[in-house]
Write a protein that binds this ligand. Sequence first.
Ligand SMILES: [Zn+2]
Length: 488
Amino acid sequence: MRVGVGGFLVSANTFATQRIPLERFQRATLSGPEMLKRLGDGDGAIAGFVRGARQSGWDLVPLHFVFAGLYGTVREDAYQWAKQLFVDTLRKTGPLDGIFLQLHGTAVADSTEDCEGDLLGAMREVVGDNTAIIASLDGHANVTPLMVRQASMLIGVKTNPHYDFGPIGYRAAQVMAGMFDGSLKPVSAWAQPALVPPLQKLYIAPGWPMDHLMRLARTRAANDARVLDVSLLGGFFISERPETGISVVATTNGEPGLAVEIAEEIKDACWRRRHQFHADLMPVEDAVREAIATDEHPVVLGDVADSGGAGTPGDGTAILAELLRQDARSAVIGNIADPGAVEEAIRAGVGNWVKLTVGGKVDKFHGAPVPISGRVRVIHDGFFTAATKFNAGNYHRGPTVVVDCGGVEVILTSRQALVFEANHFRSLGIEPTARKILVCKAELQHRAGLAGIGRTFIDVDAPGLATQVLSRLPFSRIRRPVFPLDDI
Ligand SMILES: [Zn+2]
């Protein structure tokens, strides 16, 4: 069997002012044998699929892996370039029996609202209806009926933060093998409640609403041999298309009625719990006061509106300004992305005092630039390895410095960064367990990544384009009415 393998991991914060340009796509694309060499091992979705494919002895045909990541809306020329890349390769490569495609599920371009559905459709057009196309999805995917129609099967991760990409890739290979030998005929149904949850509420851990709903979905899949998969996707509210929000994709072996029944059942369960998805935030001033007053440390303050995982600039300053105003002690600003300030600190050199104006520079939505003065304590190349089971691997924050302002240590990075685990701090000589207040730019990953360290977690209502208060964002394309934007 000849099976194509590729990926399109692009995510758009459609409220951000930046666009994802073509150059970023071109820089972030792997193709040919190099792609399989880089992604064929490890714990990613492609590695999981490759493992299954090798067991079956398939001939793997590398397509492309576009990983432009997360920022603003995708420029149309960038998306069209990527689509053409896949189409051209499929035309050249000759007939394929199957394709596995790893998708994020949240790419929106200037005039293509559903890039994944469009891409799957373009690929389907080349290979025809007899080729099995299975796509994996990130847990934040905003799934559309077009995506479901164009793929033979969609399969989403079941964790958040996500760490089961490998298993779902492997599962995709198992189902594909069944399609090849004629024993499986996946039939999917998609359903969606009128619910668009804030990202902070998608945490899958005991006591959280998604945990309960995901267990319901898993149980439904595990207890019935006719069910191939039930995927519950949390959605990504900052990437707006009509279908943004929670969705369910149920896949059965040739039983369309059963697929519909299960998708509707999980959809209804989500709807009944909608009131548990209200944002849970504390005003900046109160959060800082409470963190200073709390005995149990460290207190982890989540700068959820400027999460490094949400396509915002990562230079939000509201919590820093308030920590300085309330004269906090032993506090660490996990990061502010400000390459200019980093350069100034590097020029000053380790051990020297600097006066800088940091953050709040990319747009007007993330607080004003804040003047700080302190000693440059660390200059670092920005590389570190996250040791968590999710989001594991090597990170590059760009040249990074630590400026010690007395009570508040400020980490300045050259790039936006998701701040969510201990090695981010330790790589810079900061022991997180020895500090009173840690400020993290993340939406929920910090809760999992610092679970053994943080004693109290408070998500802060700082300004930002990933604000968890959805009513503050200028939604224009999402289906209405939808909870919590509408009181239904
Ligand atoms: Zn995700």
